[in-house]
Write a protein that binds this ligand. Structure first.
Ligand SMILES: Cc1cc2nc3c(=O)[nH]c(=O)nc-3n(C[C@H](O)[C@H](O)[C@H](O)COP(=O)(O)O)c2cc1C
Ligand code: SF4
Length: 552
């Protein structure tokens, strides 16, 4: 045995699919082989990812000082790391330091993601030892109406995109007299650059089960459905396994935790349509039909799944509920700005040096996220824009990067926060092509039910092509404006209704790009991509993210 303690050292290697995609399984395998050979006493535990994706696979070893991180580690690095004293947290070029003290992580306010990356996702013992079930136990001691009031009081708004207050939606379902009601979780997560739903399902699945169970108690539902996109096989497998374990432990089923609550949960898998993330399409799909949008009213809270009152919430909304119940509405309310209370799990992606999860109170600026946390572009070229809020969100120029991440501030700026995805682009991006892509995406993903979206998006592609080609540019620009108005005002759902947002933002902020290939000639070469900087954020947290007076 080579580790000094002679007792098995606990080494965490993520099982998260982002970490697996860059070799986490191979790293775990190499550590396991070293243990099997008897060279080292190692207890390999597969955790979720801490969300510092550029460091994956990140390996953590438990030491008396805390968990020491190394990354990114390859399977080929393992023998050298072990020889250098990995199991004692020894120095090595890949050593990152104490994980909890890494500035990128320490500066965040992890509420929903508090356990992700810390625990073994399928260990019930880990879950309970790290505060799991406290929210459900608190809720079960309260009347349904009091639980709804607590969620309303917290200011929690839906994290799926629209930002509708969760408590108000729940109150509508609670107020319905029907015997059969449902709780449906929307885990379709189709927005470009988003992965928080996936990471929490893979990294802390019992949290989602707990959140859905609390919702069922609050509104009087007996059955739940979890609609997960087919592109997430690991999340699907993890959630299925977690549900089985939860049933075995009396966390689901009849008489949950010895109470009178009966609630069970089923996983359903989507089939790759973006529109099935729209809640009424999702309900159609759950009912076994083609995913087309339903006209509203009736709203799903009154006539939802199989015509019954239904809570539809996003994964992040439901996984935040247990914390609200465990810590109280006020603690959650105290974070954020204006009417954007609590934290948002921002997802940094695209051309970014340090991509991953940043959970922090609303009010942080886009610049802090992209430049301080993200470290600018991965290519090293100048930043040009970020698209916030998925494929229907606005492209914001760097001159607007001081905008606070706040639902209302974004709406005023002609943008939206959506699900918290931020996709970064350098100066080589062609914004006319991005605008064209928005229309093309809509044409591809439209459910086809209404004309402004189904036909408008196809015409949108054609008109943008004509503008870029210089064919009757002024007339076609006016036509594009008209088309955007028509789609905004006349579409049945936000798919057609919001597609003009990226198009308009590209036209407003980057008009030169529509002059036909001119920009490409302007772009100067920049030296080859620079190395990614170590885990640092420049400044300690300033006022952003702190509650402001007279809000909410
Ligand atoms: C085209 C389209 C796609 C959507 N995709 C998703 C999605 O993938 N996940 C999600 O939670 N909400 C999505 N939504 C929003 C849902 O319709 C709905 O507002 C949400 O699931 C409600 O949950 P929340 O209140 O917790 O946000 C989408 C909406 C539209 C119009
Ligand atoms: S806007 Fe598009 S996706 Fe929405 S209902 Fe109309 S055709 Fe379907």
């Amino acid at each position: 045995m080579n580790n000094s303690s002679h007792t098995a050292a606990t080494v965490y290697v993520p099982r998260d699919s982002a970490a697996r995609s860059v070799g986490a399984d191979e790293v775990a395998g190499a550590l396991q082989r070293a243990a099997t050979r008897g060279d080292f006493a190692i207890d390999v535990v597969r955790n979720g990812s801490r969300g510092m994706l550029w460091l994956e696979p990140m390996v953590e070893v438990v030491t008396p000082q805390g968990r020491v991180g190394y990354g990114p580690v390859t399977a080929e690095d393992v023998d050298g790391l072990l020889a250098a004293g990995l199991l004692d947290g020894a120095d090595h070029p890949l050593r990152l330091g104490l994980v909890d003290e890494l500035p990128w992580l320490a500066r965040q306010t992890r509420v929903t993601f508090a356990r992700v990356g810390v625990t073994d996702p399928l260990s019930t013992r880990d879950y309970v030892e790290h505060g799991g079930l406290a929210g459900l136990r608190a809720a079960l001691d309260m009347t349904p109406a009091d639980v709804v009031a607590e969620v309303t009081e917290s200011g929690l708004r839906g994290r799926g995109g629209a930002g509708f207050p969760a408590g108000i939606k729940w109150n509508t379902v609670l107020g319905c007299a029907d015997e059969l009601k449902f709780v449906c979780c929307n885990a379709d997560e189709g927005d470009s650059g988003t992965f928080a739903d996936r990471m929490v399902m893979e990294g802390d699945p019992f949290l989602l089960i707990e959140g859905m169970t609390i919702a069922s108690h609050a509104v009087g539902a007996s059955e739940g459905y979890l609609y997960i996109r087919s592109e997430y096989p690991d999340a699907i497998a993890t959630m299925r396994e977690a549900i089985e374990i939860a049933r075995e432990h009396g966390w689901l089923g009849k008489g949950i935790l010895g109470s009178a609550l009966d609630f069970d949960l089923h996983v359903r898998v989507g089939a790759g349509a973006y529109i099935c993330g729209e809640e009424t399409s999702m309900l159609e799909s759950l009912e076994g039909k083609r995913g087309t949008v339903r006209a509203k009213p009736p709203i799903p809270a009154i006539e939802g799944l199989f015509g019954k009152p239904t809570v539809v919430n996003n994964v992040l909304t439901l996984t935040t509920v247990p914390v609200v119940l465990a810590k109280g509405a006020k603690a959650y309310q105290d974070l954020g700005v204006g009417r954007s209370r609590g934290t948002q799990v921002f997802q940094l992606g695209g051309n970014i040096a340090r991509g991953g999860i940043v959970e922090t109170a609303f009010g942080i600026t886009l610049r802090e996220l992209v430049e301080d946390y993200g470290g600018g572009t991965r290519t090293g070229r100048p930043l040009r824009t970020a698209q916030v809020g998925g494929p229907l969100g606005a492209y914001l120029p760097t001159s607007m990067f001081d905008l606070p991440m706040d639902y209302e501030a974004f709406a005023e700026a002609g943008a939206m926060l959506g699900h918290g995805g931020i996709v970064v682009f350098d100066d080589s991006v062609d914004m006319a092509a991005q605008a064209r892509f928005a229309m093309e995406f809509c044409a591809e993903e439209s459910c086809g039910k209404c004309t402004p979206c189904r036909v408008g998006s196809v015409r949108g592609v054609e008109v943008i092509d004509k503008i870029v080609a210089g064919t009757h540019r002024d007339e076609n620009l006016a036509l594009l404006e008209d088309l955007c108005d028509l789609m905004t005002d006349g579409s049945l759902c936000a798919m057609g209704g919001l597609t003009p947002m990226p198009v308009r933002s590209a036209l407003t902020h980057f008009p030169d790009d529509f002059l036909g290939g001119r920009r490409l000639l302007d772009i100067q070469p920049v030296q080859a991509s620079r190395p990614i900087q170590p885990v640092q954020v420049s400044q300690p947290v300033q006022a952003s993210g702190v509650r402001t007076e007279g809000t909410a």
